[in-house]
Design a protein around this ligand. Structure first.
Ligand code: C2E
Ligand code: CA
Ligand code: CA
Ligand code: CA
Length: 279
């Protein structure tokens, strides 16, 4: 075996893959990182295609590791999921996002909605609806300004409890969207069943827009379907003016991507919003 237990401790051997030992090291650091406040939220603008006004933002977590520097979420969210630390961390994200939004609202910045990513385990948390409700009450945020981004796989598991949870959020007035749309297994029939308001077309379909005709066909069909189901469509990962022009042609309502802005710290986003937010 690559690791053996001695007195309850794992002993690392040279043969252990670097990836796995990095995994264990990060996992150990996560708990401390939560206690010591090493996390920060970045914000990426959501832009309305029609007039290119910023109408929203997505909160994206960053970990400032004391030795390793900035660690991207793809590297630690899965570890937080597995260890269960995603529950306190995910709750921190929602609270921090709402507190920040409240500050911007109080400063009189143009109104935006703020979306937060939920992870699978967080979504299965039985009291998630109450947790969110409490955070909204504590921070004084009107639920209509909060959007929760879910993935297709979350909707597929435990169908009954899932639908109830979605309805509870809807009743509260929170907006629900499906992230990375097109990459999972959800059937189109499911979309009708779930009280969802928006689809985010995954970046993988946007990347070769105008180059790979299949992608154009998929994106057009997704937008047409969404329109007929009364869902808003957001395209992710828009990097070029050409992609933007095509998406506008296809009547995609909102876009997100480096063409407009990368995710920014709160101070930078605040300046950006002052300049590019809707009036
Ligand atoms: P996601 O939710 O699909 O977020 C979009 C990712 O694409 C972000 O990466 C963003 O920085 C990046 N992106 C945005 N525009 C462009 C573009 O034009 N080109 C390219 N190449 N990339 C672009 P990031 O911030 O590294 O986040 C990665 C993933 O980590 C997210 O994917 C999400 O699944 C997860 N994540 C981030 N923050 C949180 C969080 O607070 N909670 C949970 N559960 N997951 C999070
Ligand atoms: Ca997302
Ligand atoms: Ca996404
Ligand atoms: Ca993604």
């Amino acid at each position: 075996s690559k690791a053996s237990a001695h007195n309850g401790y794992l002993v690392y051997q040279e043969s252990m893959s670097e990836g796995f030992s990095a995994y264990l090291t990060l996992g150990g650091g996560l708990r401390k990182a939560i206690e010591e406040g090493q996390f920060e939220l970045y914000y990426q603008p959501k832009v309305r295609s029609m007039d290119e006004a910023t109408v929203g933002a997505e909160a994206l977590i960053r970990w400032h590791h004391p030795e390793k520097g900035m660690i991207p979420p793809d590297q630690f969210i899965p570890i937080a999921e597995e260890s269960g630390l995603i529950l306190p961390l995910g709750e921190w994200v929602i609270r921090r996002a709402c507190e920040q939004l409240k500050l911007w609202q109080d400063q009189g910045l143009p109104p935006i909605n703020l979306s937060v990513n939920l992870s699978g385990r967080q979504f299965l948390q039985p009291n998630l609806v109450e947790v969110v409700k409490q955070i909204l009450a504590d921070t004084g945020i009107d639920p209509q300004y909060l959007e929760l981004e879910l993935t297709e796989s979350m909707l597929m598991s435990d169908a009954h409890g899932t639908i109830q949870k979605l309805h509870d959020f809807r009743e509260m007035g929170v907006t629900l969207s499906i992230d990375d749309f097109g990459t999972g297994y959800s059937s189109l029939a499911y979309l009708k069943k779930f009280p969802i308001q928006a689809l985010k077309i995954d970046r993988s379909f946007i990347k070769d827009l105008g180059i790979d005709g299949d992608d154009d066909a998929i994106v057009k069909a997704t937008i047409a379907m969404a329109q007929s189901l009364n869902l808003k469509v957001i395209a992710e990962g828009v990097e070029s003016r050409n992609q933007m022009n095509l998406l506008t042609d296809y009547e995609c309502q909102e876009v997100q991507g480096y063409l407009f802005a990368k995710p920014m710290c709160s101070d930078d986003f605040e300046r950006y919003l002052g300049a590019f937010g809707k009036a």
